[in-house]
Design a binder for this molecule. Structure first.
Ligand code: 13P
Length: 288
C-alpha cells in the first residue's frame, strides 16, 4: 500500500470510537519494532518524526526511503502514516517535498491570528497534494525535542476557528505535558476536551504527551473525540532500560565481542511490547 495520510484512518477511528497511536521514531530499530507490532496487531499506525529526529536520521528523504523500503520488504499491509511532529512552517514544507503524507504545523506559539493564517497556508499547500495536516491550539506543556510549551489550556472558540480551516486533526492543550507528569498533576481537563469535541464538528482530536496518563483517562478522552494519541517518552524509557540491563548483565561481552545488533535487540523487544500494549488500550488492534 505504501505510506498513507492520516485522513481515512483517523476519520474511521473517530466514527468508531478508538484512537490510533503515533509512536515517534529515531532510528531503524524503533521503526522496525513499531511496524512489526502494527502488522502483528492488525492495527493502523502513525510513525511520528520530530524535526530533530529527522535531522539525526540524515533528513526527510532518508526517513521516507527507510520507511518505504521496510514496508515493502516486510510486506506491511496495515495503513502506515509518516507524520512530521511539531513542524515549523519551513519544516512542514520540506517534509511534504520529501514525500511525508502527513504533517503537523505547530503554530501554537504564534498569536492566534498568525497561527490561523499560517495554518491556512499549509493546509492549502498540503491539500493540493493529498497530505493531512495537524494543527495545534493552546500549548502542550513540557519539552519535546527542543520544542517547549507552557501548557496553556486551549480556548474552544479558537479550536473551532482552526478546525474550520480544513485541517485533518487538531491537537488541543488540555493540561497534557510532554515527558513524565509531575506528582501534583491535575489530570486532563475533560470539561474543556468535551466542549472542544462538541464545537469542532467530529474533527479527530489529538492527545499529545501520551506517556504516563492513567488508562481510565485515556479511555474517557477517546470518548470525547480523541482519535490520535502520541507516545514518545515511554518508548525512550523502556529502550534505555532494556539496553542498560543488557550491558550490566555483561551480555555484550559474550562470544566474539561487541555486536551492535544484539545490543539493540532487548530495546527493540521492549518497544514492541509498549506499542502492542498501547494498541490494545487505544482500541486500534484488529481495526486494519
Ligand atoms: P510523550 O513524550 O509524553 O509520550 O509525548 C509524545 C508526544 O506528544 C509527541 O508529540
Amino acid at each position: 500500500m505504501g505510506i498513507v495520510s492520516t485522513k481515512d484512518m483517523l476519520q474511521k477511528a473517530r466514527r468508531e470510537g478508538y484512537a490510533v497511536g503515533q509512536f515517534n521514531i529515531n532510528n531503524l530499530e524503533w521503526t522496525k519494532a513499531i511496524l512489526t507490532a502494527a502488522q502483528e496487531n492488525r492495527s493502523p499506525v502513525i510513525l511520528g518524526v520530530s524535526e530533530g529526529a529527522a535531522k539525526y536520521m540524515v533528513g526527510y528523504n532518508t526517513v521516507v526511503g527507510m520507511v518505504e523500503g521496510m514496508m515493502k520488504t516486510m510486506n506491511i499491509t496495515v495503513p502506515v502514516a509518516l507524520h512530521l511532529d511539531h513542524g515549523s512552517y519551513e519544516g512542514a514544507q520540506a517534509a511534504m517535498a520529501a514525500g511525508f503524507k502527513s504533517v503537523m504545523f505547530d503554530g501554537s506559539h504564534y498569536p492566534i491570528e498568525e497561527n490561523v493564517q499560517k495554518t491556512k497556508e499549509i493546509v492549502e499547500q498540503a491539500t493540493a497534494i493529498g497530505v493531512s495536516v495537524e494543527a495545534e491550539v493552546g500549548s502542550i506543556g513540557g519539552e519535546e525535542d527542543g520544542v517547549t510549551g507552557t501548557g496553556e489550556v486551549a480556548d474552544p472558540e479558537e479550536c473551532r476557528l482552526i478546525a474550520k480551516l480544513g485541517v485533518t486533526m487538531l491537537a488541543a492543550g488540555i493540561g497534557n505535558i510532554h515527558g513524565s507528569y509531575p506528582e501534583n498533576w491535575q489530570g486532563l481537563d475533560m470539561a474543556v476536551l468535551k466542549e472542544i469535541g462538541e464545537t469542532t464538528d467530529n474533527m479527530p482530536l489529538v492527545l499529545h504527551g501520551g506517556t504516563g496518563i492513567p488508562d481510565a483517562m485515556i479511555t474517557e478522552a477517546i470518548s470525547y473525540g480523541v482519535s490520535k494519541i502520541n507516545v514518545n517518552t515511554e518508548c525512550q524509557l523502556v529502550f534505555a532500560a532494556a539496553t542498560r540491563a543488557y550491558i550490566e548483565a555483561g551480555k555484550d561481552k559474550v562470544g566474539k565481542g561487541f555486536d551492535p545488533r544484539k545490543l539493540l535487540k532487548p530495546g527493540y523487544d521492549a518497544i514492541m511490547a509498549v506499542v502492542t500494549e498501547k494498541m490494545n488500550l487505544f482500541g486500534s488492534s484488529h481495526k486494519a
